[in-house]
Design a protein around this ligand. Structure first.
Ligand code: NAD
Length: 490
């Protein structure tokens, strides 16, 4: 019988009294790993109350002391990296090296947040008028919450958690109900890191759990990562109850290849970007736009690289790609490939209907390449979120940039070229918040904000670094005067 996961509230593990739970499946085998409760509103309320009660003491704890549990957490995450990476692979499907890689990114965010005593500093001016000084200081908000997606269960909670608690807030995580085991294991480490009870809570659940958080009057800020439809909904419902919100949505990332690009390097990087994590990355390349003579060589080489990719259980270290997250996801991706065919695209490499030895129940779609994808069709615009690369062709860079900027999403755009002036023009003109130049996954490291634009982001302050610090703090401006005649005692 699979274990029903507990919530972590007020410093301890609590069994949920939810009337409903969901099975958590290993997508490579369809084996049930655990059960996740769909926690009701009363349990959200208990967790928020615990956080609110802990806030008064936590915000008074000096920043230099607040980061000590984060230093211990970093050490615990390093020590447990192998076990955590295996858990990510088991419940999310990506290959082990990808799981270990996302944990490194999580640890980097813990390291960056350890700089809070400096990052959180205010500013001041002496003598804004004679004898009057003005200061701006940063203070925490109170109780803040993050709602996270399935595709990076180890990394994405850490775009938020370290900054939230280091700045003096109390934090609540609602992880994806499809991959809750990683968060459960990470909270076992957070418990050992020595945060006071109530500073951190884990509440499992789905839609109703999220709604209870969005409507709770004591929750001051919501961080969200997931699909665009949910991001848009969460942004407006959070705002309606007066909360700050930063909501990262879906993507459809174009990569432009100029004829002067190093085709061998470009093909390798493009294949890793399109098929890494089985295409379930918000920074996955999903459309490759070749310019002029790049078309012939790139098309042949990417088709060959796609056919060669080793697909199987991500725990097998020889594998380069695992399954997609669920049977529903596999069916949706296969239906979109069929739709692409109906719209006139040519299926150059077909990843449908392929079996993996030893993984009979697994949700596998192999790398797929669609050529001559019509720019106005559904396939050119919809986020597929699977290992499907669409090829489109432009006659010059201007046309390629127009195709890039025609999308509603703006998470990432990349260019491959050896010409600096063309690269600069691309960087300058494309509507995307993360830009790659001869880079296929332009993921900002923890000391830069993760800068989605357009339908890929709702809000103003992004995740990570200075943006995270600003998001989780409110500014207070103090104007002060101390007349000389009040200080005569000394
Ligand atoms: P999702 O939107 O289905 O779910 C994300 C979270 O929202 C989960 O915790 C889920 O429980 C909750 N949720 C889902 N529907 C809800 C609803 N109607 N009301 C309230 N809560 C709801 O996303 P997913 O399938 O888990 O993740 C994949 C998506 O996330 C893709 O679109 C991908 O591009 C996007 N993503 C974006 C980024 C980024 O940085 N922009 C990063 C990773 C993933």
């Amino acid at each position: 019988m699979a274990r029903l996961l507990e919530n972590f509230v007020d410093g301890g593990w609590r069994a949920s009294r939810a009337s409903e739970s969901l099975d958590v499946l290993n997508p490579a085998t369809a084996q049930v790993l655990a059960k996740v409760p769909l926690s009701p509103a009363e349990e959200v309320d208990s967790a928020v109350q615990a956080a609110a009660n802990a806030f008064a003491a936590w915000r008074r704890t000096p920043a230099g002391e607040r980061i000590q549990p984060l230093f211990r957490l970093k050490a615990l995450m390093e020590e447990n990296l192998d076990a955590l990476a295996r858990t990510i692979t088991e419940e999310c499907g990506k290959v082990y090296s990808e799981s270990a890689g996302e944990l490194r990114r999580a640890i980097e965010n813990v390291e960056t947040a350890c700089g809070i005593p400096v990052l959180m500093q205010g500013v001041n001016n002496e003598d804004i008028a004679s004898g009057i000084d003005e200061h701006m200081i940063r203070q925490p908000l109170g109780v803040v919450a993050a709602i996270t997606p399935f595709n990076f269960p180890g990394m994405i909670p850490f775009w938020f958690l370290p900054y939230a608690v280091a700045t003096g807030n109390c934090f609540l995580l609602k992880p994806s109900e499809r991959v809750p085991v990683t968060s459960w294991k990470l909270f076992e480490l957070l418990e050992r890191a020595g945060f006071p009870p109530g500073v951190l809570q884990l509440v499992n659940g789905g839609r109703d759990t999220v709604n209870a958080l969005l409507d709770h009057p004591l929750v001051r800020a919501i961080s969200f990562v997931g699909s665009t439809a949910t991001a848009r909904y969460i942004y407006s419902r959070a705002a309606a109850s007066g909360k700050r919100a930063q909501c990262q949505g879906g993507a459809k990332n174009p990569v432009v290849i100029l004829p002067d690009a190093d085709m061998e390097m470009t093909t390798r990087i493009l294949a890793d970007s399109a098929f890494g994590c089985a295409g379930q990355r918000c920074l996955a390349a999903s459309v490759a736009i070749t310019v002029g003579d790049a078309r012939g060589p790139l098309t042949g080489q990417i088709a060959e690289a796609s056919r060669k990719r080793k697909v199987g259980n991500g725990l097998d270290r020889d594998m380069e790609m695992g399954p997609v997250i669920s049977a529903q996801s596999k069916a949706r991706i296969e239906a979109l490939i069929a739709q692409g065919q109906q719209e006139g695209a040519k299926v150059l490499v077909d990843g449908r209907g392929k079996a993996v030895a030893g993984c009979d129940g697994g949700f596998f779609v192999f790398p797929t390449v669609l050529d001559e994808v019509p720019p106005q069709g559904e396939i050119a615009r919809t986020e597929i979120f699977g290992p499907v690369l669409s090829l489109m062709h432009a006659s010059n860079l201007s046309e390629a940039i127009e195709m890039v900027n025609a999308r509603s999403y703006g998470n990432m755009a990349c260019i491959f070229t050896t010409d600096g002036a063309n690269a600069r023009r691309f960087r300058y003109e494309v509507n995307a918040g993360n830009v790659g130049i001869n880079v296929g996954v332009a993921a900002p490291i923890s000391n830069f904000p993760f800068s989605g634009w357009g339908d890929s982001f709702f809000g103003d302050l992004h995740a990570q670094a200075h943006h995270g610090v600003e998001f989780y703090t409110q500014t207070k401006v103090v104007v002060e005067r101390w007349p000389r005649d009040w200080s005569r005692r000394f």
